[in-house]
Design a protein around this ligand. Structure first.
Ligand SMILES: [Zn+2]
Length: 133
């Protein structure tokens, strides 16, 4: 995929988004989400890089739409940022009001095979990402 011309990559990406949207609105997917939430009461929030290369539902084997993502460049977050703190507190409060606990995951992506396929947000430097964390 990464060797195709940019226009073909963009078309592939749009096609993937349309396929995901079609699957998401199917009645079976709706029911799968409802069953999952009935069996797993803990709300899961994930802080992740905005480039979208970590597909959390696939990595965690959860139906799409269960885990609430929060995205930023390089997955860089500072809990002292007023809007982020307010948004996270709001998400956690909604869970508490429903009698649910919350789990917040902090993620980072890198490539074992090539540093250049890692996260540009930290200039491809995993050590810098870990230091930031
Ligand atoms: Zn990234």
């Amino acid at each position: 995929m990464h060797t195709l011309p940019i226009q073909q990559r963009i078309e592939w990406l749009f096609d993937l988004a349309y396929r995901h949207a079609d699957e998401f609105v199917m009645p079976e997917a709706f029911l799968a989400r409802k069953r999952y939430l009935a069996e797993h009461p803990t709300a899961i929030l994930v802080l992740k890089c905005m480039d979208g290369r970590i597909n959390i539902p696939i990595a965690t084997n959860t139906p799409a739409g269960i885990i609430q993502p929060f995205r930023n460049l390089g997955g860089m977050f500072n809990l002292g940022w007023p809007h982020l703190g307010e948004t996270l507190a709001d998400a956690v409060n909604k869970s508490v009001n429903r009698g649910r606990r919350s789990l917040i995951m902090i993620t980072y992506h890198y490539s074992k095979g090539s540093e250049r396929r890692g996260c540009a947000g930290f200039n491809y430097c995993t050590d810098a990402a870990r230091a930031h964390l």
